[in-house]
Design a binder for this molecule. Structure first.
Ligand SMILES: [Zn+2]
Length: 252
């Protein structure tokens, strides 16, 4: 085993309060395209000539729900086709071994839950794809796959109102509950933070890492590509999550 992985194993053995932060790179190892890779987008622009961030925005859901849903449906379809990979499974196993190990994810694919990460120690900061809910009567609709093969946008079976997933679209606020849970756990502090496959472009993703470092905790990045935090972490492992995390957890 490579020296840097062994150093992370030693930190994992020692630490109790652990935070694993995960991003698109983790699910890319399941074959899932990142939202920028949707439908073969070129430079992140849609067939309509919009930046994908505009198509997948809260404003677009209101002004042109069919267009927003065209891209939501591509994203949802891709998520339903792929599965959690061995790295998701290893993270769930780590959480069993370490009852104070939390996961903070930007991913909306639900793979951490599917892999067995406990809901009470999982913060899906950008929400999740299911269940859909009606913007008019608030009724929930759990049958996402059926809606994906029907005309867009999906409509409520009770009142024909617009359905949407409980995801945080571009331009929308983060969920209050997720933010409160994250703040609460950050206040308690973490001994070890491991960032996996995230470009670390959101301040709320970087903050737990920076705060942990300031308090003398240990920080790790696992990512084949360099990111905004690469220069700041104690150990950088430049491989895919799939090549590092199962190996790390198998040594505990
Ligand atoms: Zn309704």
């Amino acid at each position: 085993m490579q020296q840097s992985l062994l150093r992370v194993v030693a930190q994992l053995k020692r630490a109790q309060r652990i935070l694993i932060i995960t991003g698109a790179g983790l699910s890319a190892d399941s074959g899932l395209p990142t939202y920028r890779g949707l439908g073969g987008l070129y430079n992140g622009h849609t067939a309509e000539g919009l930046p994908i961030e505009a198509a997948l925005s809260g404003g677009m859901l209101q002004s042109d729900p069919a267009l927003c849903w065209k891209y939501l449906a591509q994203l949802a379809g891709a998520c339903l086709q792929a599965r959690p990979n061995a790295a998701h499974m290893a993270i769930a196993r780590l959480q069993k071994l370490k009852p104070e190990c939390w996961v903070l994810t930007q991913n909306i694919d639900g793979y951490h839950r599917a892999a067995g990460s406990p809901a009470e120690r999982l913060i899906e900061i950008h929400g999740q794809l299911t269940p859909l809910f009606c913007l008019d009567c608030a009724a929930e609709d759990g049958d996402l796959p059926a809606h994906l093969t029907a005309p867009m946008p999906p409509r409520c079976r009770h009142c024909q109102g617009l359905l949407r997933p409980p995801v945080v679209l571009f331009g929308e606020m983060l969920g209050e509950d997720s933010v409160a849970r994250l703040q609460g756990e950050m206040a308690k502090g973490f001994e070890l933070v491991i960032c996996v496959g995230t470009s670390a472009s959101f301040p709320y993703i970087v903050e737990p890492l920076i705060r942990t470092k300031q308090r003398g905790g240990f920080t790790v990045e696992i990512n084949p590509e360099r990111s905004a935090i690469s220069a700041q972490v104690d150990i950088r492992i430049g491989t895919k999550a799939l090549d590092a995390i199962p190996a790390l957890v198998s040594h505990l």
